[in-house]
Design a protein around this ligand. Structure first.
Ligand code: AMP
Length: 147
């Protein structure tokens, strides 16, 4: 019997995403689960408090395009069928929760830096995803490039 039927893998598409690939594949494969992948782009206007005196549409479109390309190459190297590749726009944790609910996934996989000190107090995406998720969340420890 499979423990998980639908898995959602959240990727920030940095080089560290490669560290999630193996484990995500083996979990999905051991459960013969559907695998969905998501990358969230925070709108540029968020960074400027929504008050930017210029049209950011074309820059935003280029960011989307770049994210789609990176997501495709990640999935090509995954060696497991990906049911859906999602590039969403919005606040990262909320979008991951929204898609997880929409797709009725039973496991979300995120990377975690195992932060401590002030960085832990400031929170992390893994923490944000855990709080408010309606399913299991697996935080896979990722190492910083210089570690
Ligand atoms: P962070 O706490 O921001 O270093 O990110 C840790 C993990 O959260 C990453 O390995 C991803 O699994 C997930 N994550 C961070 N940013 C994003 C994003 N923009 N879209 C999807 N997942 C993300």
């Amino acid at each position: 019997m499979s423990t998980y039927k639908k898995v959602l893998l959240a990727l920030d598409l940095s080089d560290e995403s490669d560290q999630l690939r193996e484990k995500a594949r083996s979990i999905a494969s051991a459960n013969q689960a559907e695998l969905h992948v998501i990358h969230v782009i925070e709108p540029l206007s968020f960074a400027y408090g929504g008050d930017v005196p210029m049209d950011l549409t074309s820059i935003q479109e280029q960011l989307d395009e770049h994210a789609n390309q990176k997501l495709n190459s990640f999935c090509d190297a995954l060696d497991y069928p990906v049911t859906s590749k999602i590039v969403a726009t919005g606040q990262t944790e909320s979008e991951i929760h929204r898609i997880a609910d929409e797709e009725k996934v039973d496991l979300i996989i995120v990377g975690s830096h195992g932060r401590h000190g002030i960085a832990l107090l400031l929170g992390s995406t893994a923490n944000g995803v855990l709080h408010g998720a309606n399913c299991d969340v697996l935080a896979i420890r990722v190492r910083d490039e210089e570690e």
